[in-house]
Design a protein around this ligand. Sequence first.
Ligand code: AHR
Length: 502
Amino acid sequence: MKARVTAHERYSISEIDKRLYGSFLEHLGRAVYTGIYEPDHPTADANGMRQDVIDLVKEIDTPICRYPGGNFVSAYNWEDGIGPKKDRPTRLDLAWHTSESNHVGIHEFADWAEAAGTEMMLAVNLGSRDLDAARNFVEYVNHPGGSYWSDLRKSNGRADPWDVKLWCLGNEMDGPWQVGHKSAVEYGHLANETAKAIRAFDNSLELVVCGSSHSNMPTYPQWESTVLDATYDQVDHISLHMYFENYEKNTAEFLALSEKLDAYIGTVSGIIDYVKAKKRSKRNVTISFDEWNVWYHEREADQERMKNWGWPHAPVLLEDIYNFEDVLQVGCILNTFIRRSDVVKIACIAQLVNVIAPIMTAPGGGAWRQTIFYPFMLASRHGRGTAMQLSVDSPTYDASVASGVKYLDVSGVHDADAGTLTFFIVNRHGTEEIETDMVLEGFGAAKSVDHTLIQHDDLEAVNTADKPHNVEPRPGKGASLANGKLTVKVPPYSYSMVRVSL
Ligand code: AHR
């Protein structure tokens, strides 16, 4: 099978916002407790944070981390997580039917984020609480001093404000499962008033309003229209979420789901334009895709586990074990975000540790990289620069979510400073290699090419604590540069990163 990709130096989509490679940590299952925080662990630092996990987070190089939820935030009192740990209350977490010790709160998370080299993206509770709790939290986190909340922060050991720029106005407020779920009209009003109060404190903050939890939601896309109509002048981003499933074990259908993601982004982008035009506004609202991942492997088992389990603290929950097939899916998702980087400025893989996550830990034991760690790491590290507008000729197939799905899924990034072109390529075909001519125009002579390949004979192959290197990137032999002509042979069901030095 043959394909052709043409890149031209003058055809670009957008500068990529590095926050496209964001992540997410929720007080859920073992994400925080025995995930990032385990005071008795042999690698724990002075704050009780696992250094082995911090090292892996640094490797993945995620520039922002959303916190503390997720569904959890909608019944969370941020004040429970400040002050001496011995005085912090244990609360019932209604979202996941667990107990929350509050031993990790904003101070601990902030220290962790600094150690891990990532910036905080914080969510306020607009489910069970309102704008007062939200504005107090913002003041506690960001005000230098001389007010009740900022002085309380100081007395709790943090002199300087953290200066967090990015704030989420609640989480998935369209979801009936959410504590304090609201209609679009109710939420739009509350989000707008909360945003106004936060802006009265600091107009430079970036605010994210809730869009839909999935494009399958019955209220989508009217929700986006109503909520943006109420908040357009006060917000910077609208949040979208989407999780991907393959219950039918149909790889072709599964890998076509990124087309559904693409349509979702396109529709919401259109709604943003519609509201902008209606309001005669000059303001540009963009998309924060702040929860995405494959999530289905453990869903049924989790339902069973949760039956009659009382209120456990940090139980095993949502610990999907990712396989090689998921590498391909994550590759297609990331390619979609790069191709839509004109409107998607933030995206957060959900989540980061143990809970539907690229990083896994054993309590008291090791930490290892799941299969999906690698496509994320490669894109995060090398997918920065300008997204290129590629012309792609590829054979296609028809799936139930879309027709004309290209077997060759590709995105490209030009880093002019580094003098590199980087292509991320998924071959969606299970048996055919795709011999791809890469036509590069206007970039000058290519000096060298480097091919990194993730491939495994078994789509179900996983990484475990005992076998952590089963699925991982290896040097590929598919790319060749001869007489200025670049050709890439992409093996069936594979993920490739091809880097060209100019
Ligand atoms: O990431 C797991 C959950 O998925 C989050 O808590 C929620 O926002 C979404 O439904």
